[in-house]
Design a protein around this ligand. Sequence first.
Ligand code: ADP
Ligand code: MG
Length: 293
Amino acid sequence: SIMPATLSAISNSAKSGILFKGGVHIENLSHVKAIAFDKTGTLTNGKPIVTDTYFHHDYDENKILQIVGAIERESTHPLAQSITKYSNENKGITHEFDVLEMKTVSGNGVTAVINNEKWEIGKPDFVGRKAAANFHNGISEALTAQGKTVVFAKMNEEILAVFALKDTIRKDAKKAITMLRKHGIHTIMLTGDNELTAKSLAREAGIDHYIADCLPEEKVKHVKDLRKDYGNVAMVGDGINDAPALASANVGIAMGEGTDVALETADVVLMKNDLSKLFNAINLSSRMNKVVK
Ligand code: ADP
Ligand code: MG
């Protein structure tokens, strides 16, 4: 049975924006020695802005933009939503497209068929690392060096466009990381994004360690490795992609505005997306544990 002290801790923390889905998670959180964070939507606001676009000279820019916008409209990924918004705001003559065979390749991008042509939209490795690196005389390297995420659009065997997007760090992220580190908790960022973008964000957030180019199943592996090294490990995330990693941590923590799958899988929810609540939650769980014991 749940002890009255546990119930009151759950209800008090809920009032301050931390939802524990049970007393056992309060106990587990008090023992956490390392916390892994997803990047996009967790450490960042997850609302990237399209800053640069480059198109293949032999094709109609407008048409590419609208096709990519039409495909990305079918995806829930934050990058996809931003690209669709950009496409809507910048299209000239309006074309209509039927998006067929839309598929999501988790941690990579999407594929679809339009007018019998096969489209692939996603990260460099997804469309072919070498072709991506050569597109527009290697512009993608310069873009990623600026901390931007690059998304390529490929039709059949040819790359037709690259989009650079810039996300912003959450205002509470740096403070939250600083507090955790002061408390002796190791912090790690796990991201599907590229090395340079990951590095620049990790530095900005003051995070101890980062792992880039991380597929969803690799996030699970890293969480398991962390458990071997640190014992009790929490994972914080927001995406469908993060759900398996949340489930494999001792404590899975979801951002309140995260996807349904993340919210359902998590043990703890930060209701206002406020990372500084993370430290409060750990503090509360430590005090709580002393009361119960
Ligand atoms: P993160 O761990 O940072 O949240 P994801 O694992 O969700 O990143 O995605 C990894 C990479 O895959 C993105 O940086 C992007 O390049 C690519 N990607 C994933 N989904 C899409 C999509 N719908 N449209 C374009 N690119 C995508
Ligand atoms: Mg995310």
